[in-house]
Design a protein around this ligand. Structure first.
Ligand code: PLP
Ligand code: COI
Length: 357
């Protein structure tokens, strides 16, 4: 990969950036990004460049037909005693593989997995000063690909742009959240794009989410699109439900994103003495269980959010159900962050240390 960081302009842009407190999420963008174009059937080398506006024709394919995908990843400051002075990428090859699954689903070219990971390493290493030191904070990374051909034909682009952006951030949620059972709109239908990170999946949730944000609800809890009887996932997280000693999460399908945090929790459960089962969760049963005072927890998980307990569930019928305390979600959040920050040893292959100093 080539870098233009020798350029005094890029070096100057990186000097003297102060991290605000709090960091927020996605507010302060790193002034350097990675970028590569795909033309004539091949990817050019990825280079580092200034985060300046891209020049796009108004008839760029992605703007009209939504041929755009992304990933969400994080580089955590290593707070453990092994490999000090590194930042830690969490399961980057899993993200690379999902990026390629998203690309394939939207008729886009794949990117070599090693190039994807090397790009992230290079960017994180360059942006060392922007990797926060505090537990729970991270340099959030946003690999994105979009169809760049300037043409209105309703066919896949022949040119693509791959960019990786970075933003020092707090976790998506720093406090328990309120979730809204979405009974009217649907997120993903069978055979659609719900199981990949297509940009349009998120746009499709905005009309439902916007009025609820005013009521203090941060996430939609989506139901299956066909019967509206089973919970699937949140706007930007997978969902887990604890009922007594059993923790359930809906089985993966073509309408649910295969979250890497979800997979990590399922793999860790045994070593934490927790029983986690992939099983459909009926929304009416869940509401009854909470309303009748059963010992229930609901939490989301995802790269941005890590693990986010739900403290209130609502819906359009006027339902407002506070949930009891969330000891398991709290424990899982702490455990994940300890792993991601290198405080606890992670399973083999999960951590990718990036030398930064
Ligand atoms: N589901 C949706 C719709 C998401 O946007 C995300 C976040 O990326 C997740 C689940 C969780 O996935 P991951 O844990 O890989 O970040
Ligand atoms: C992430 O958790 O990284 C995501 O990509 C979700 C996002 C929409 C904030």
């Amino acid at each position: 990969m080539t870098s233009t960081l020798a350029s005094p302009d890029l070096r100057r842009r990186l000097e003297g950036i102060q991290l605000p407190d709090p960091l927020g999420f996605g507010t302060l963008m790193a002034p350097v990004m990675a970028i590569a174009h795909y033309r004539d059937g091949a990817w050019e080398d990825v280079r580092l460049d200034a985060l300046d506006p891209l020049s796009l024709a108004p008839h760029t394919q992605a703007l009209h037909y939504g041929q755009a995908i992304f990933e969400g990843m994080k580089a955590y400051r290593n707070l453990g005693t092994d490999l000090p002075g590194t930042a830690l990428l969490f399961r980057p090859h899993e993200h690379a593989r999902r990026f390629n699954r998203s690309a394939t689903r939207l008729g886009m070219p794949e990117l070599d997995e090693d190039v994807y990971v090397a790009t992230l390493e290079r960017l994180v290493s360059t942006l060392d000063a922007l990797v926060p030191e505090r537990q729970g904070q991270s340099l959030y990374l946003r690999p994105t690909m979009f169809g760049a051909t300037a043409h209105l034909s309703v066919v896949p682009s022949t040119e693509y742009c791959f960019v990786v952006l970075a933003t020092p951030s707090d976790a998506f949620f720093t406090a328990p959240i309120s979730a809204w059972i979405e009974r009217r709109f649907s997120r993903a239908g069978p055979g659609g794009t719900g199981n990949v990170k297509a940009a349009g999946n998120y746009a499709a949730s905005f009309a439902a989410a916007a009025p609820l944000a005013k009521l203090g609800f941060q996430q939609l809890l989506w139901l299956d699109a066909v019967h509206h009887t089973h919970i699937e996932e949140f706007t930007a997280m997978n969902v887990f439900v604890r009922r007594g000693d059993t923790i359930l999460t809906p089985p993966l399908s073509d309408t649910i994103l295969a979250g890497i945090t979800r997979d990590s929790l399922l793999r860790l459960a045994g070593s934490l003495g927790l029983s986690m089962v992939e099983k459909p969760v009926d929304v009416a049963e869940l509401v009854d269980a909470i309303a009748s005072g059963e010992d229930v927890e609901v939490f989301g998980c995802g790269t941005g959010a890590v693990v986010a307990p739900v403290e209130l569930i609502g819906d359009e019928t006027g339902l407002r159900l506070p949930l009891p305390p969330f000891p398991v979600a709290t424990r899982l959040r702490r455990h994940m962050l300890d792993l991601q920050h290198g405080v606890l040893p992670a399973p083999a292959g999960w951590q990718r240390p990036v030398p930064t100093r």
